[in-house]
Design a binder for this molecule. Structure first.
Ligand code: HEC
Length: 204
């Protein structure tokens, strides 16, 4: 019994030292969002996330029937609200997405697509704590917009170039960018009219 007790104390001490070391290395490395979570942290976080989603929600079927109109609406919605971090194609390769901790998973990947419709809906509707993923839609259920987005996320692996072009037009732009676009258009118009003038001169 005495031996068991000293072994227990030794283990407790080791655990304490390991926690101290972990806390020390965390503080030394800082809380930078530039790095990527180590494998163990990722496993713990994804398991905890999966366990936090109720089984009944995981088994839910999408109450919104699939149609082209629903897909078009969700695509525009995604371009407007989600592409900032996830990119229009869902890759997560955007300046914001690549500098988050954790970085958004490629939504076209097996890892993301193997989630059930209910799980994807739950994540969109409730967000993910301690990540950049916000909660979307109204708090009341069912949140139809989030269910429509589930259809779009299923479609992401098959997104066409034409669809991506349409999405670019729906991406939010800042007032500064609007001003820059206007100036560019004006410049091009002036350039064209100069071109016409020189043509006229040549013709004379
Ligand atoms: C501010 C950045 C940001 C925005 C905006 C954002 N997300 Fe996310 N999203 C994240 C991060 C970070 C994660 C967590 C990392 C991960 O698991 O991909 C995430 C996770 C997800 C996941 C789970 C992926 C997986 O496999 O675990 C889905 C689905 C998702 N987002 C959909 C959306 C949709 C739909 C929108 C728009 C309505 C959206 N996100 C807007 C950053 C964002």
């Amino acid at each position: 019994m005495k031996r068991f007790f000293s072994l227990f104390c030794l283990l407790l001490n080791l655990l304490f030292l390991a926690s101290l070391f972990f806390a020390y290395s965390l503080i030394r490395k800082g809380f930078t969002a530039r790095s990527t979570p180590p494998a163990l942290e990722k496993i713990i976080a994804t398991t905890a996330l999966s366990l936090s989603i109720p089984q009944s929600v995981k088994e839910m079927k999408n109450p919104i029937p699939y149609s082209q109109a629903v897909l078009d609406e969700a695509r525009d919605h995604f371009a407007d609200h989600c592409a900032l971090c996830h990119g229009n194609n869902g890759s997560g390769e955007t300046p914001v997405g690549q500098n988050l901790y954790p970085k958004p998973t490629d939504l076209r990947s097996k890892e993301a697509q193997k989630k059930s419709d209910g799980e994807i809906y739950y994540i969109i509707h409730n967000g993910i704590r301690w990540t950049g993923m916000p909660a979307w839609g109204e708090a009341k259920e069912p949140d139809e917009d989030s269910w429509k987005l589930v259809h779009f996320i299923r479609h992401l692996p098959y997104l066409t170039k034409e669809e991506e072009e349409k999405m670019k037009k729906m991406n939010p732009i800042s007032p500064q960018e609007i001003q820059e676009e206007k100036e560019e258009e004006k410049f091009l118009e002036e350039d064209n009219s100069l071109g016409d003038a020189s043509k006229e001169q040549q013709e004379q």
